[in-house]
Design a protein around this ligand. Structure first.
Ligand code: TXA
Ligand code: MG
Length: 309
């Protein structure tokens, strides 16, 4: 069932959450597949619905800094980043607080927790109405394109989710930036709408790339965000049987941004891939995207979408 976002929809969604069920809910980045983070059974339903490998832990969404502090330990640097960037598209990986009520299934056994306060009324209202911290990965089948519209969720997860809250297209269209906050540095686990330089500036710490070789974020899975068809990168023209996604001067069959605007391209990325997947062409090609600013996050997603599976 898809319901437009209003008070009635939030009440029904909160009832489902409190009963241990799943609800797909928009955030400012992508749609999330939410469940009560304190219930192992509810969290298990997320993994089942997504078909997600269980080593891939989930982000927990909270409504306030005070609620965050009940789940994880925030160092002074983490608190400072939270004050500046929350609510917003920043996820911090922090030490799990002793006695934290979060189900171990959320962290897949790690002693750290990925946390954020989302800047979207729907997710904030659902956390408040249910009174629970919400575990929510992106609302798509594991490894596939993230959902930026309610219809994408319906296509990807169908009847595996009892309720989808619909608030139209999401603002950023790309998942949150993920950083692990260590004592002497930040580690960028997934590039996103907030860039690493800004984080370093505020934290007064250097930002290193990636984890340490072991899987910490989806970023580390080489095939992810994959459309159902092969995807060729840096294409300046379509080959036979290809649907070309353009950018800037390369027009294509569709375009991420005719004017070459990276913010527009990020917001449209997953939607454009969904559309390309639905055409009768056998393959997808995409024009080069400049590798700076938000282009770094876009190219990160595209490389994984194009990787051999
Ligand atoms: O924008 C977003 O972040 C969206 C919306 C719904 O909030 N959520 C999202 O969740 O993208 P998901 O599950 O698709 O990606 C979260 C990634 C996981 O793939 C996981 O690898 C990483 O965050 N992660 C979660 N907990 C972690 C931890 N304790 N340490 C390192 N990485 C972690
Ligand atoms: Mg995801």
């Amino acid at each position: 069932m898809i319901l437009p976002l209003d008070d009635n929809a939030i009440t029904r969604a909160a009832d489902l959450i409190c009963a241990g069920q799943l609800v797909a809910v928009p955030t400012e980045t992508v749609y999330g597949l939410a469940a009560d983070a304190t219930s192992g059974e509810a969290v298990a339903r997320i993994y089942a619905a997504k078909g997600r490998p269980s080593f891939n832990p989930l982000i927990v969404h909270v409504a306030s800094l005070a609620q965050a502090e009940t789940l994880a330990e925030l160092s002074p640097v983490a608190r400072r980043l939270a004050e500046i960037f929350w609510p917003g598209p920043l996820t911090m990986v922090l030490p799990l607080r002793e006695g934290s009520p979060v189900s171990p299934l959320v962290t897949a056994g790690l002693t750290t927790l990925a946390l954020r306060i989302p800047a979207h009324l729907a997710m904030q209202a659902l956390i408040a109405a249910s009174g629970r911290p919400l575990a929510a990965p992106s609302a798509n089948a594991s490894g596939r394109i993230s959902a930026t519209r309610a219809e994408h969720v319906a296509v990807s997860l169908g009847d595996r989710v009892p309720l989808i809250l619909d608030a139209g297209q999401t603002r950023h269209g790309l998942e949150s930036t993920i950083v692990a906050v260590d004592a002497d540095r930040l580690r960028l686990l997934r590039p996103g709408p907030i860039d690493a330089d800004r984080l370093s500036g505020i934290a007064g710490l250097p930002t290193m790339a990636g984890g340490d070789g072991k899987i910490e974020a989806p970023g580390q899975l080489s095939s992810h965000y994959a459309p159902g068809k092969p995807l060729r990168l840096n294409a300046t023209e379509a080959r036979i049987g290809e649907w070309l996604i353009g950018f800037g001067a390369i027009a294509g069959d569709d375009s991420l941004s005719p004017s070459g605007d990276l913010i527009e391209a990020a917001a449209r990325l997953f939607e454009t891939l969904h559309r390309a997947d639905a055409t009768d062409k056998a393959a997808i090609a995409i024009a080069p995207i400049p590798d700076d600013g938000l282009g770094l996050a876009i190219n990160d997603r595209l490389r994984r979408a194009a990787a051999p599976r």
